[in-house]
Ligand binder design. Sequence first.
Ligand code: FE2
Length: 282
Amino acid sequence: MNLSKVRIEIGLPAPLRLLHVSDTHLALADGRDGERKQALAARRSAAFGKEGDCLRYFSEAVAYARNCCDLMICTGDLIDFVSAKNLDTAKEMLSGTDYFFAAGNHEFSKYVGEAVEDEAYKLDSLPLVQRYIGNDLRFASRLVGGVNLVAVDNSYYLFRPEELEAFRREVERGYPILLLLHNPLHTDALYREMMVNRRNECAYLVGTPEELLEPYPEERRSQQRADGPTLAFIDYLKQQTLVKAVLTGHLHFNFDSVLYGDVVQYTAGGNFRGDVREYEIV
Ligand SMILES: [Fe+2]
């Protein structure tokens, strides 16, 4: 396991330790899931390293969180696709561990890349997956050690008005906030990292300005174009001094960039290759 340690100073009376795990991409299926899903599992497992790596890295992370941290936080894509075997495995590995969860796009994926991922597609899987995860996958908050952890589903590159309203209510409670999202929000540094340094066809970010979407393939441009409610959420967020950091995943590499003011967006690398981040919040 590759542990990257980060210290965040927000003036807490006692330190809080969080283990950030993202993008484990468990890709398992068995007889209950049928042949198509078992073939998908074989293909996807091969894409995410040697067989068993995801499971091993995730169990190492869970053990580390239990022994050394106050709480494990997951920012999505724990499973690569919805299957009985993936959901059972996730639940079993999380049982007995205190965790807080933000949903990723793969939590709702039935066959990976089979369809345009929109609200209707998400709703096909959400009720089932929700039964296996300990907090609301759309929006959840939890007060730990004087910090309000807020998890918002932005896994399809959009925020809904419902989640902005819920987020406003969390801000009104007055506690310092750590915001958990699966998809990182646009920063120029992260966009440059994805497009220039890593030569991706698109940056996979939320709220990227229209002119910067220009070089994307058309299907990626429409997937990653922010709508009105999404821009409203980001505008509101960027005025909040109670938000102390934004914790994200999705891109599979560690990256830190300033989102606004002195608020840093921390992106965690892929747990499928052993990456985890530990925050000491003081
Ligand atoms: Fe993702």
